[in-house]
Design a protein around this ligand. Structure first.
Ligand code: CO
Length: 142
């Protein structure tokens, strides 16, 4: 019973105008674990992952002319929080439930940067925050 619930905060995505500089800031000023930049052409971004103990921060930088991050940085030249990502057990099940309350940005789940299904909710229906729902990767049997 009850609506399909959300689980962990998977990541907070931050759009940045200078990826090198931001990565260096997290590494040297904050002492965080910072990945090498990874190009994700399907999503028009280059990503740097900041591994925290309980979640991740993803630094997003535009890749290609049609990058969705380009417009965001035009409006927010210093960068800013672009979206938050919450884990759900089954994206399709969550979409079926959530779509009665909030607009979805796609009719079908997309394959996200981590190779698992995701969907975005319209920020106007979620208090001005772009929310990504990502299918949780089941814990591996040990
Ligand atoms: Co994301």
């Amino acid at each position: 019973g009850g609506p399909p619930g959300v689980g962990r905060l998977n990541h907070v995505a931050v759009a940045v105008p200078d990826l090198e500089r931001s990565a260096e800031h997290y590494r040297t000023v904050l002492g965080a674990k910072v990945s090498a930049p990874q190009a994700v052409p399907a999503h028009g971004v280059t990503v740097v992952f900041i591994d925290l103990e309980n979640t991740k921060i993803e630094l997003l930088h535009p890749l290609g002319a049609d990058s969705p991050i380009r417009k965001f940085l035009e409006k927010n030249p210093a960068g800013g929080i672009h979206h938050i990502c919450l884990e759900v057990e089954d994206v399709r099940e969550s979409m079926a439930h959530v779509s009665s309350y909030a607009r979805l940005l796609s009719d079908e789940p997309k394959i996200g940067a981590h190779g698992v299904p995701i969907v975005f909710l319209h920020p106007k229906d979620t208090n001005g925050v772009l929310v990504e729902l990502q299918q949780a990767i089941p814990a591996e049997d040990s």
